[in-house]
Design a protein around this ligand. Structure first.
Ligand code: NOJ
Ligand code: CA
Length: 710
């Protein structure tokens, strides 16, 4: 891996520089003093903290504490036994990403606590103040006579300072594929989201939200709560006190265990993070989450290259073909069909795969995904006894894995593996080595995994410690076979792509697939302008954009609620190092808009958020690595609007071949989604230009550098 790391660790005592003692409160400020954390003990000796952004309190005094099994709570009667500060600064390189260089600069405060009475247990708290937010984590040191701790719950509070506007999904322990809700904190009602007709798994025990959860304060400051480096711990939801306007960590549990998690000592919790931004777009460019993770442990990731891909996928969601040799379920209702009702429309045949390979090769796509190639699909959704069913090495009789790989190689395309585990992780675990050996044998370097359904064994949840450890094991095992993971129904991204750059992308949101079969008809136009400021803060998204046929003839009750220009803009707005062009090859035939997907980059030197408001609109410009070409994408919600772009980010000494893909005055996501206007335009670093976006619309611009410097 091309990587350099300029680490300047100024392990100096900053007492009096950025940290000082004031009224028994210890404070640490970010390098430019924008954000300040205060720490102290209450009269009962309970740890507490607050956070300032400029002069404004964004988190008021909030308590910290833990409940353990067979032990008293670890919360009160503490004294401070140590305190150290340091400033840290480094620049690290993303092997692939939204930008090449990342500055990681913070001031750290480490507090050592000890109970004043027996058993005098100890707890360390690590605070980091960044200019774009703050993070803190707990450290449980080795203690005499104790080799592990069993945590019943963590009580980390975030006392808000107002009834902020909030973009939230329910604190589901099993899935993040909910629509975002927009409400004041006092109006959050996650329990109302319990019964979901389209989700094969959902568990919402509390009025809690999942992270990232984003808020806007009345003064315009934006906050987003999340976590970083989720390792051997349970995912964190945030319980909402709608009266006190307080969030409290509520860890995902397990009905098989009477506790939330168990860890050997010494141990550290994930970082609890708060990104703080004066304008919404600064949340997107914040790299706080990745910065709070450890450097890469994978020395060589050169075997993975960011790419665009196509695949045998959308046709199954449209009901045009099936994963199984014979259709076993109705994709609208998930009802199991009688065998008599089914017909053989298997998608993953050798012949059909070759059609996609030809299309990929002709249009410069790097990969072809094939779902439904292996045995097990006849016992998928609707079946409870899914253990031991999916087989990750045995193809269906009409799929010749050696031949498709040979053919793909001949055409300069790489096959992408698919492993639907049906949420039976033990079955997958048993076959991991054999599955990745098969991939290695065929030169396949990436796999899309899936975890649809309730976890087997019953009582475990997708976001609990047991599954967090499963997802990690998959990542680590895959790395040893030079395999990269794109997980669907995943655990949320917490910046681990820094440590494991083979964690290339994931779902973990309501993706394009819902447009094909959601009982509510499809994602509303505001969905992605919310996702960009919420889910996207957790890292790359395999949203699978690029639908060109928006009316979905095979799905009369569904449609894609965006214009075609917006589908193009998504390649820039929604970041992932792998980007699908999801539609059927025939729907791209003769479409000049395909040129944008052929041209657009997938790996970026830098990314700029030019404007945006959560839930309304956003415009992003990204410079492609190696070529210096720029791509701009803008999207809007259900409201048509004008967006003015100042192109001063372009190199003033270079000329660009600019092509605009825009909505027409007739375009509308509902009645006229496919109307698009494509033209060559004159754009250079002095240009300011206003673009008209239709309702549910967008615009995309490719700026290809002309050969010679002027
Ligand atoms: C759900 C995934 O999100 C989708 O992309 C995939 O096609 C199905 N599971 C089947 O694995
Ligand atoms: Ca899914």
């Amino acid at each position: 891996m091309k990587k350099y790391c300029l680490a300047i660790v100024l392990a100096l005592l900053l007492l009096g520089i950025s940290c000082q003692k004031k009224d028994a409160t210890i404070i640490v400020s970010s390098p430019n003093q924008t954000n300040t954390i205060g720490f102290g003990l209450t009269a009962e000796g309970q740890p507490s903290y607050w956070v300032l952004h400029g002069e404004d309190k964004v988190i008021d005094t909030s308590l910290m504490g833990f409940e353990f099994k067979n032990q008293d709570p670890l919360a009160k009667n503490f004294k401070i036994v140590s305190q150290s500060e340091r400033a840290f600064e480094e620049t690290w390189e993303m092997p692939w990403g939204e930008q090449r260089e990342v500055e990681n600069k913070y001031n750290e405060l480490v507090i050592g606590l000890e109970e004043t009475e027996d058993p005098k247990r100890r707890l360390n708290i690590y605070f980091r103040a960044y200019d774009d937010g703050i993070g803190f984590r707990y450290g449980f040191p080795s203690q005499q006579g104790v080799d592990s701790i069993t945590i019943m719950d963590e009580h980390t509070e975030f006392q808000l300072t107002g009834d902020h506007m909030t973009w939230w999904i329910p604190g589901d322990w099993d899935i993040y594929e909910h629509l975002y809700n927009t409400s004041k904190v006092s109006e959050i009602d996650a329990l109302a989201k319990r019964d979901h007709p389209d989700l094969a798994q959902t568990t919402i025990p509390e009025n809690a939200v999942n992270t990232p959860v984003t808020m806007r304060m009345d003064n315009g400051t934006h906050l987003s709560f999340h976590e970083a480096d989720l390792t051997n711990y349970s995912g964190m939801t945030l319980k909402v006190d709608t009266e006190k306007l307080k969030l409290t960590s509520e860890l995902v549990g397990s009905a098989r265990q009477d506790h939330k998690l168990k860890v050997a000592l010494p141990a550290k919790s994930p970082w609890r993070t708060l990104q703080i931004a004066d304008k919404a777009g600064d949340l997107i460019t914040s790299r706080l989450i990745e910065n709070l993770n450890e450097p890469s442990v994978i020395d060589d990731i050169s075997w993975f290259s960011p790419m665009k891909y196509v695949g045998i996928w959308w046709e199954m969601h449209l009901g045009v073909s099936t994963w199984d040799l014979e259709a076993t379920q109705d994709m609208n209702t998930f009802a199991t069909l009688d065998r008599e009702q089914t017909s053989t429309k298997h998608g993953a045949t050798t012949e059909n795969t070759k059609k996609y390979i030809d299309f990929a090769a002709a249009n410069g796509f790097g990969g072809v995904l094939v779902e439904g190639w292996n045995t097990g699909w006849d016992h998928w959704i609707g079946f409870e006894d899914r253990e031991g069913v999916f087989d990750f090495v045995t193809p269906y009789a009409d799929y010749d894995i050696a031949e498709v790989n040979r053919y793909a190689k001949e055409k300069g395309v790489e096959m992408i593996m698919h492993h639907e585990t049906s949420a039976a992780p033990r079955t997958y675990d048993q076959q991991l080595h054999a599955a990745y050996e098969l991939m290695q044998k065929h030169g396949m370097h990436s796999v899309k995994t899936g975890y649809v359904g309730k976890i087997i064994p019953s009582g475990e949840y997708h976001h609990g410690q047991w599954m967090v450890n499963h997802y990690r094991k998959v990542l680590e095992t895959a790395a040893s076979y030079q395999v990269a993971i794109n997980a669907h129904e995943p655990i949320k991204g917490t910046g681990l792509r820094r440590t494991y750059p083979n964690a290339i992308s994931r779902e973990g949101l309501r993706g394009q697939e819902f447009n094909a079969w959601a009982s509510d008809g499809g994602n509303p136009p505001e969905h992605l302008p919310i996702v960009a400021f919420t889910r996207m803060l957790a890292g790359p998204i395999d949203f699978t954009p690029g639908a060109f046929e928006m009316t979905l003839p095979s799905k009369p009750n569904n449609q894609i609620n965006t214009t075609l220009a917006q589908q193009l803009a998504l390649y820039v707005v929604i970041y992932s190092p792998i980007q699908m062009a999801c539609d059927l090859p025939e729907n791209y035939q003769g479409q000049s808009a395909l040129q944008f997907i052929r041209d657009v980059g997938v790996d970026w030197e830098q990314s700029l958020v030019l404007n945006g408001e959560v839930g309304d609109f956003v415009t992003i410009a990204r410079e492609e690595r190696e070529t210096g070409n720029w791509f701009v994408g803008g999207i809007t919600d259900e409201n048509a609007r004008e967006i003015t772009v100042d192109f001063s980010f372009l190199d003033p000494n270079r000329a660009y071949e600019a092509r605009l893909y825009a909505d027409t005055s007739e375009s509308h996501y509902r009645d006229n989604p496919m109307d698009i206007h494509i033209e060559s335009v004159e754009i250079d670093a002095n240009t300011q230009k206003t673009f008209k976006l239709a309702a549910g619309g967008g615009f995309a611009i490719s700026l290809i550098l002309k050969g010679a410097a002027e």
